[in-house]
Design a protein around this ligand. Structure first.
Ligand SMILES: Cc1ncc(COP(=O)(O)O)c(C=O)c1O
Length: 456
């Protein structure tokens, strides 16, 4: 067995993995068009005479509205990207935003979720999922995950319902669809809004339906590491006219539109934000959206190569491809007891071999000090101390043992199985894993400098 790189041997791979920012002539052409037109944003955040019809205009119609002018709905590229997205996902409305984080807040705000309301979400996701709940002063309630798909466990959701629960924010984590039948059943029974966080799941299907179209609103991310990317950016989708209208208002200085004829109820959560997407970002998005299916196919193919090649490694459980899933992260489970070697040593050894791997999120979201100490807005525990809430909500270690166990001891995550990385790159990954796992006896005895977290 060749000597491990961490102990001075030659690494299995020295070549960096290819970036997920796949750019070809299509992106260049759309970007060029934006620069030639000198229309870099074209959003306008003030009322016009046709604002009432604009606010509810389906995205496919809005694409051809008032070509070339400033608009409350944005410039030509923004409206084309939204129309293309709405077409691809067969929904009436697609509302672009500058990130999925903004999109999640907009979605909850549009649904009228606000101070005193509880939103049930998974405890294991990127922190933006939980932070988005705080924007309109609502209270996140975290539930544990299922080991089947690493998404929220519906049984835990049912148990977390209180009279204050108003919404479920479900995350399709790692490209696995969450158990939407069970979640929708709970939501219907309790009259709850369902927002789907699809940041890691564009094109993922649940029982043949696109995730993001099953709940009331779906939110996607185009941040650089996602399946398709625009650097930063996000999209909200919905078939509901009222939710679309309110999403468009919150994205674009909403407070400037209503006049005194609007009901008080309509003004809820319409505090003006600027979450708009630029024409440059939308231009990238138009070109990227055309690549979504082929990007997803590559992830599925590479994941299959990894699954075949890594079979039988001691202490490793490989991810099972759930029907409809498009793996966003190749998430393996490691069992220290089976090998006698700490996970941190395995991670450090793989990194030294040239394979950037991670241990998953550093902690559950509720273990972040902002939640653990309940200090978000100011120092006086807002929004938890809001008189409209009037309940006690604490977060502490041990709340969600399944997720804590996965993150602290079990996950090994690998990201770079996306385009342009192909079969020969996956061969290197497999070779590096086999080398490290073939040296477990050596690793057991040696001290290595090991860190958790992720190394790109
Ligand atoms: C599950 C999940 N939700 C939300 C986000 C936030 O996305 P964005 O970076 O576009 O704000 C991410 C990004 O990593 C994510 O993975």
């Amino acid at each position: 067995m060749p000597e491990l790189a961490i102990l001075g041997g030659k690494p299995a791979r020295t070549k960096p993995f290819g970036s997920s920012a796949i750019i070809d002539h299509d992106e260049w052409n759309y970007l060029k068009k934006v620069l030639e037109r000198r229309e870099i944003s074209r959003f306008m955040g003030s009322p016009t005479k046709d604002i009432d019809s604009l606010l509810v205009m389906p995205s496919l119609e809005a694409e051809n509205y008032e070509k070339g002018y400033f608009s409350f709905l944005g410039g030509r590229m923004v409206r084309k990207f939204e129309a293309d997205f709405a077409g691809k996902f067969s929904v009436k409305y697609a509302i672009s935003v500058n990130s999925a984080t903004s999109g999640l807040s907009v979605a909850l705000g549009a649904a009228g979720i606000g101070p005193g309301d509880e939103v049930i979400t998974t405890c294991m996701s990127f922190n933006a999922t939980a932070a988005s709940i705080l924007l309109f002063n609502s209270i996140p309630v975290f539930v544990d995950v299922s080991t089947k798909n690493f998404c929220m466990d519906p049984e835990k959701v049912a148990k977390a319902i209180t009279p204050k629960t108003k919404a479920i924010l479900v995350v399709h984590l790692l490209g696995n669809p969450a158990d939407m039948d069970a979640i929708l059943k709970i939501a219907r029974k309790n009259n709850l809004v369902v927002v789907e966080d699809c940041a890691q799941a564009p094109g993922v299907k649940y029982k043949g339906r696109n995730v993001g179209t099953i709940g009331d609103l779906g939110v996607f991310s185009f941040q650089e590491t996602k399946n398709i990317m625009t650097g930063e950016g996000g999209m909200i989708i919905t078939n509901d006219k009222e939710l679309a209208k309110r999403s468009r208002l919150i994205r674009n200085h909403g407070e400037s539109i209503p006049d005194k004829t609007w009901d008080e109820e309509d003004l809820v959560n319409l505090v003006g934000m600027n979450f708009r997407m630029t024409e440059l970002t939308a231009a990238l998005g138009i070109a990227q959206l055309k690549k979504l299916d082929s990007h997803n196919r590559m992830r599925i193919n590479n994941a299959a190569i990894l699954t075949r090649g890594l079979k039988g490694l001691p202490g490793i459980t490989l991810p099972e491809l759930v029907p409809g899933a498009v793996p966003h992260i190749f998430a393996m489970l490691y069992n220290e007891e089976a090998t006698g070697v700490e996970r941190s040593k395995i991670l450090a050894s793989l990194r030294a071999e040239g394979i950037p791997v991670g241990s998953g999120y550093l902690r559950t979201m509720y273990e972040n000090p902002i939640f653990a100490k309940r200090i978000a807005y100011g120092k006086d525990k807002c929004p938890w101390s809001c008189h409209l809430y009037g309940a006690e909500r604490k977060y502490q270690q041990g709340d969600c043992p399944v997720a804590e166990g996965l993150l602290r001891k079990r996950f090994i995550w690998f990201y770079h199985f996306h385009k342009p990385n192909g079969a020969s790159d996956m061969k290197d990954v497999i070779a590096a894993f086999r080398k490290v796992f073939g040296n477990l006896e050596v690793l057991k005895k040696k001290k290595v400098n090991a860190e958790i977290g992720y190394k790109w």
